[in-house]
Design a protein around this ligand. Structure first.
Ligand code: GUN
Length: 295
């Protein structure tokens, strides 16, 4: 079997068109323009590239957007104080602090400092707790993008064996919690695998839907995948530079071999990545709507 390539770029384009229309409608009916600030500490090249993409998309969709660059040696207190100012700024509905942060900053304390109503990244412990009990307000953007991709591709998740490789707070844990909920586009049987899993292949071979966020290039080979499986590759590994000076990327899945076995597979780049940015915009629009209702 040769897999259907599930283009996140194409699905993201459709979702963005809808968001752009809804931004205009919100402004016309309430006078509110969604506002997003992205805070970048230091100049990690991957983070600079992600934040640039988020800012570009926000502008394209008609958002008010602010890029706030902080030096790598900004203090934790300084960062928390800065977030406090955006919490109080009525023009800002969404606050994103790009991760990872430098070692001297306690990430959890920074995430706690964000007003949960402006936490469009969905990483505040309050929002992660709400997600766990089936009362989510903002889903973390990458898991949200994965769920949208599966829904747009008409993948049946109810009763499906889902295997997630990776247990990060950003992807592995939240996508597992989302797909286990008794609700539409979920209701799956979920297994979460990680670095201490004894026989990883024994788990991945059982998966109807295999979601890989392991952070290791080509960690999943064809022998680890069931015939006809749906494979979602969250990995973004930098494996060199193109002649044009752009980063060369590859996923956590051995794409060329696995595409001959899977029924559906996401590419890297052009799979989950564009969806992550798009769902950040969807969350920011939702935050702006909630703020408009409270006015
Ligand atoms: N770094 C990599 N992915 C993400 C993300 O989704 N949100 C934030 N804040 N930082 C990230």
């Amino acid at each position: 079997m040769t897999a259907r390539i599930l283009s996140g770029t194409e699905v993201a384009r459709q979702v963005r068109e809808r968001i752009a229309r809804e931004v205009v409608a919100l402004r016309e009916s309430t006078g509110v323009t969604p506002g997003l600030v992205t805070i970048l500490v230091g100049d990690n090249p991957a983070s600079v590239s992600y934040v640039t993409g988020k800012q570009r998309t926000a502008k394209e969709l008609g958002f008010y957007s602010v890029q706030d660059d902080q030096p790598a040696d900004v203090s934790e207190d300084g960062l928390v104080e800065l977030i406090g100012r955006y919490n109080d700024d009525p023009a800002i509905h969404g606050i994103l602090v790009q991760l990872p942060l430098p070692k001297h900053i306690n990430e959890t304390r920074v995430l706690y400092a964000i007003d949960p109503d402006k936490d469009v990244d969905g990483l505040h412990p309050m929002n992660l707790g709400r997600l766990m009990i089936g009362e989510a307000r903002f889903y973390p953007c990458t898991p949200f993008g994965i769920r949208e991709l599966l829904a747009m591709a008409d993948v049946e998740t109810k009763g499906a064996e889902v295997v997630v490789v990776g247990r990060s707070n950003l992807v592995g844990k939240p996508i597992s919690m989302m797909l286990v909920q008794k609700e539409a586009n979920a209701n799956s049987t979920v297994t979460m695998c990680h670095t201490a899993t004894r026989d990883l292949a024994a788990h991945t071979r059982r998966a109807d839907i295999l979601i890989v966020a392991a952070g290791r290039a080509k960690a999943i080979t064809a022998d680890m995948v069931k015939d006809g499986a749906i494979v979602i590759d969250v990995g973004v590994n930098r494996i060199g530079m193109t002649p044009e000076g752009k980063a060369k990327l590859c996923g956590d899945v051995d794409f060329d071999a696995v595409k001959e076995k899977a029924s559906v597979i996401t590419p890297v780049p052009g799979g989950v990545g564009p969806m992550t940015i798009t769902m950040l915009m969807a969350n920011t629009l939702k935050a702006a709507r909630l703020a408009a209702e409270r006015k």
